[in-house]
Design a binder for this molecule. Structure first.
Ligand SMILES: O=P(O)(O)OP(=O)(O)OP(=O)(O)OC[C@H]1O[C@@H](n2cnc3c(O)ncnc32)[C@H](O)[C@@H]1O
Ligand SMILES: [Mg+2]
Length: 198
């Protein structure tokens, strides 16, 4: 049996404004008072895990313990087939300290060279932790292709050059609701809701 989140304050243990916005939208219909890690002045823990799940768990646990409240963390990234799954858990780090995602997309594109395999997937692990150390973790995925040049100014991070399978708009061109209908984050969130919110 998974532990349930009932109601009340919930820390969003992320310092990424795009993620905090999307998680807030996904949580909209639930009885949670959302507060971000940045608002609480919480530290950004070092992401020493070897998997998305491990990193999500360490971020959620650090925030839950520091705030003495339940905390939800997201570790996510882009895994490109032709690059053996890179940048993967290093997706934020490939953008460097200035978080230059235009440069990170160009780096991915350049490393792909002229490979015919443009396949990629976004992966998201969501971890919900409590101050006593209990944690529940769920993973979601969306498959697609890298397109070049990038298209659209919506979303964040690597969205403008990711075309979900079967679609004609990149995540950067989609409205938020369309991204939430298929995204890796929404997929993980649906599993979290099924286990912990009802
Ligand atoms: O760790 P926190 O504070 O949550 O924020 P972060 O930006 O460092 O987040 P991650 O460590 O999980 O790194 C994930 C990277 O993958 C990118 N990414 C994740 N989900 C994405 C999405 O839905 N669209 C575009 N890029 C995404 C994002 O821009 C980050 O650079
Ligand atoms: Mg991070």
């Amino acid at each position: 049996m998974s532990r349930k989140f009932t109601a009340g304050p919930l820390v969003i243990a992320s310092h990424n404004a795009g993620k905090v916005r999307e998680i807030g939208e996904l949580l909209g219909r639930f009885d949670a008072q959302v507060v971000s890690a940045g608002t609480l002045g919480l530290d950004e823990p070092e992401e020493t895990g070897a998997t998305f799940a491990a990193n999500a768990e360490l971020k959620a646990l650090a925030a839950a313990k520091a705030a003495n409240l339940p905390a939800l963390a997201d570790d996510s990234g882009l895994a490109v087939n032709a690059l053996g799954g890179d940048p993967g858990i290093y997706s934020a780090r490939w953008a460097g300290p200035t978080k230059d995602f235009a440069a990170a997309m160009k780096l991915v594109h350049d490393k792909m060279g002229d490979t015919p395999d443009h396949g990629a997937r976004f992966v998201c692990a969501l971890a919900l932790a409590w101050p006593d150390g209990h944690v529940e973790t769920f993973e979601g995925v969306v498959e697609g292709d890298i397109v070049w040049p990038p298209r659209g100014a919506n979303g964040f991070g690597y969205d403008p050059f990711f075309l979900p399978t079967g679609g004609s708009l990149t995540f950067g061109e989609m409205e938020a609701a369309a991204k939430h209908a298929i995204s890796h984050r929404a997929d993980a969130f649906a599993k979290l809701v099924a286990a912990c919110f009802q």
